[in-house]
Write a protein that binds this ligand. Structure first.
Ligand code: FAD
Ligand code: MLT
Ligand code: ZN
Length: 441
């Protein structure tokens, strides 16, 4: 390792090879505290060519690497669980000028989501993906996980925003295809192949992304609903009348109580079994279309952000209870209440003392299942919930990816023919298993 570390210091400069235990610490554990490992060094290249040289040096020493952006991933894919070298992309943080005609911009992998959003806003545009970890999550990490988030209902996820990519492959070669004309059918789409590959096929160094028009006026409503079917019906009523719904989030009273307790907030509404936070572009009057009555509406940014806190603070509030079992599942929206009923029954039967907090992106049929109580290393409850989801024809990972946390269940979600193709792709692009070898497959 010492020879490798000297070589890495030559490449990126000694200041950017972090070896002190206390400096490495935050790179070695994931956001939930569930996944912790150790690394000989965190390397912080400042350019694409430095990053390429780092990959070559690690490959020559047969040392695997874990690419890391903001380390906000929720499936244990961004931390060195097997002594890998951590390659942090945070210094690759250049933002190009916005091409306002094409509505596109190139961002370095280390650009955080909030910076990209600000940059787009200053050009009179917006970025189509948003999520609560916006101050830390990076463009590279969001591409690598194909992040979904809060505006998926309107704009889709990272895959839909991705125009082009620059990446370092396992052999140190750099593929770069950022700007391109609107039409271009010249071979495999490497940007889309790397999107969602979770650092297993290449290290993203920059991405060119599509921007979207900035909404003229946004209305946020937090409404009481009896169940998620009522929430989905309300959203559909808006959409059927052509109202551009930008976000549609659901959560339950246990989550509302938890968040209010954690942040010291007063409940915005009388207690209700469930809540819908729905946001659309347009005027407040459109709320009448939902058919709901008990609601708080906000139009100015400050009040809207206050309403969002009740939903966005779920993740951090759950963390205060202990290390959660986290599942990120999806079913077709008409089955959401049945999913919730079965998950509740499964947890009540197997772990009656556990705290169960459910919330998610209702319009996408996506529910985040958080269970605190059972030993984090005991997967029996997770197995049972996964079985429920699969029996309903659902997805066992709707937006967070597979990482190391969900690897055991990948074979239940993908056929052996598909997995064979995955393995052949991985072997072709990374024959020595240098890039995140313990993630996904
Ligand atoms: P990291 O955590 O650093 O890495 C994630 C994965 O990508 C790892 O496998 C890593 O090896 C790989 N990777 C990172 N950078 C690169 C790169 N440059 N090249 C190749 N591989 C790379 N996710 C959603 O989809 N929707 C949400 O609504 C959402 N909300 C969240 C809210 C909170 C409070 C938190 C903590 C997380 C949330 N997440 C959400 C999960 C997470 O923020 C996203 O997955 C995000 O895309 C990860 O970005 P990151 O830069 O932190 O990546
Ligand atoms: C969210 O939607 O807030 C997330 O994906 C984070 C989580 O699942 O905790
Ligand atoms: Zn989510």
């Amino acid at each position: 390792v010492d020879v490798l570390l000297d070589r890495l210091r030559e490449i990126v400069g000694p200041l950017h090879v972090l070896v002190d235990a206390d400096v490495r610490a935050s790179y070695e554990v994931d956001w939930t505290g569930r996944f912790a490992g150790s690394t000989p060094a965190v390397v912080r290249p400042g350019t694409t060519s430095e990053l390429a040289a780092v990959v070559v040096a690690c490959a020559e020493s047969r040392r695997a690497i874990v690419p890391q952006g903001g380390n906000t991933g929720l499936v244990g894919g961004s931390v060195p669980l097997h002594g890998e070298i951590v390659v942090s992309t945070r210094r690759l943080d250049r933002l190009g000028d916005v091409d306002v005609v094409a509505g596109e911009v190139t961002a370095g992998a280390g650009v955080t989501l909030d910076r990209l959003q600000d940059h787009a806003r200053r050009a009179g545009l917006a970025f189509g993906v948003d999520l609560a970890a916006r101050q830390s999550a990076t463009v590279g990490g969001m591409v690598a996980t194909n992040a979904g988030g809060l505006n998926f209902v309107r704009h889709g996820g990272m895959r839909q925003q991705l125009v082009g990519i620059e990446a370092v492959m396992a052999d140190g070669s750099v593929v770069s295809r950022l700007e391109r004309p609107p039409k271009d059918n010249t071979g495999y789409d490497l940007a889309q192949l790397l999107c969602g590959s979770e650092g297993t096929l290449g290290v993203v160094t920059a991405a060119r992304v599509q921007l979207v028009p900035s909404p003229e006026s946004t209305v946020t409503a937090l409404a009481a609903v009896p169940d998620l079917t009522a929430a989905v019906t309300a959203i559909n009523r808006l959409r059927d009348r052509g109202v551009p719904v930008q976000a549609a989030e659901g959560f339950f009273d246990e989550g509302m109580a938890l968040v209010c307790g954690h942040l010291g907030l007063t409940r915005p509404l009388a207690p209700s079994p469930a809540y819908l936070l729905v946001e659309w572009e347009g005027v407040a009057d459109a709320f009448a279309l939902t058919g709901l009555d008990d609601a708080v509406l906000a139009v100015d940014d400050h009040r809207r952000a206050e309403l969002w806190r009740f939903r966005e603070a779920h993740t951090e509030s759950v963390n205060t209870l202990g290390i959660p079992h986290k599942l990120d599942v999806a079913v077709t929206p008409s089955k959401l209440d049945e999913l919730v009923r079965q998950v509740r029954a499964t947890v009540a039967g197997m772990a009656p003392d556990a705290v169960l907090v459910l919330f998610g992106h209702v319009a996408d049929g996506n529910v985040h299942v958080n269970v605190v109580g059972p030993d984090p290393d005991d997967d029996r409850l997770d197995d049972a919930i996964v079985a429920v989801v699969l029996a309903m024809g659902g997805s066992i990972s709707a937006e967070h990816g597979i990482g190391t946390a969900k690897r055991a269940w990948l074979g239940l979600a993908r056929s052996s023919a598909e997995l064979n193709v995955y393995r052949r792709v991985k072997r072709a692009l990374d024959p020595d298993g240098i890039l995140n070898p313990h993630v996904l497959l």
